[in-house]
Design a protein around this ligand. Sequence first.
Ligand SMILES: [Zn+2]
Ligand SMILES: [Zn+2]
Length: 437
Amino acid sequence: MKNPHLLPLLLLSLATPAGLALAAETPPVLGGLDALYPDLDALYRDLHQTPELSNQEAKTSAKLADRLRKLGFEVTTKVGGHGVVAVLRNGPGPTVMLRADMDGLPVQEKTGLPYASKATVKDAAGATTSVMHACGHDVHMTAWMGTATLLAHAKDRWKGTLMLVGQPAEEVAAGARQMLQDGLFKRFPKPTHALALHVNTAPAGTVEYRAGYALAGADSIDITLHGKGGHGAYPHATVDPVVMAARVVLSLQTLISRERHPLEPAVLTVGAIHGGTKNNIIPDDVKLQLTLRWYKPEVRKALLDGIERIVKAEAMASGAPRPPEVTVTEGTPSVYNDPALTQRLVGAVSRVLGEQQLQETDPVMGGEDFAEYGRAGIPAVLLWLGSTEPQRHAQAKAKGQELPSMHSPLFAPDRERTLRTGVTTLTTAALELLDKP
Ligand SMILES: [Zn+2]
Ligand SMILES: [Zn+2]
């Protein structure tokens, strides 16, 4: 990727305050966006000020369901938790699924915006916590609702079935699976294509894409190492699980540095290590918690096998009284953007936004459970929606500064430009896939 963000900036700075100089091929359906925008802006501010945590999205899902019902969608709520499925049948043709995630994060907002979230909720453990749409899921919901509204008002311009999926619990990598297990593709039409947007820190007004693997698969792994506790002054009478854990942590690094093909990315992080109570006591056990990131299922398998092998071997080398426990809590598969579908959508969106507004980007090691829909056999594409105010992006880039990214208490999308680009992108992509009348 050369210098992908400068040209869009120049063009954006010439555009209207709304920030979008649309190309000549604007679909007539998008003509309604200017009139609709104030309503979407109000929806965004409302969602931003009333975030809910994963699997607690009761009010959010009710608001979305209500609006979609009024637009004429057949709406089903409580699908896999607080999931919303809204179907608009408009004659024969493909079924296009648009997914928006609905959950916020336990983050205390520090943007200072007039519509900043002051919300607090009780988390799953009953503790009071601040909550914020720090991952931009409010942007996703608003853009999705904008597209639903424009397409519902222009049923003479397309044929097929539009399926809007409001997904709960993305941040805990559970919601997509919950909805699939609750019959998402059995009780409702099985989509021919699935699309989603996710914000990123690229300049607002731009869209980034990656064909093929785009986001990593993620697993959580819990390890318990068993030793034999005793007095810290008499180590010869113990089997020290702290030393065992230290060896395990170092040996695990060789899975990436020595066993992985250098061109097949993977990450292994030991994020937590718990053991012991006091300076002079050798504990019985030590627990480790790992995250694993990968793209290809065969890489995942090799790493999981390697973790098991190293942990068992280090325990044996230490003379552990019993074998260690290794538990894999499956997170999410990797997001694989169907390459042909990606190219088709990029072509369509670039004819509307302008070619210079779309950039290919690198895959990332973050995860997204949108991956589940692809794994369920639906050709799927997730596009990145730029959200940083363009001047601010340019200044940060010039100074080599990091911008507040998703999950930061300072994450503040450039609201109007981001929302308008989101609606434009999602609507254009849906129209590309739906049949023409
Ligand atoms: Zn997130
Ligand atoms: Zn997110």
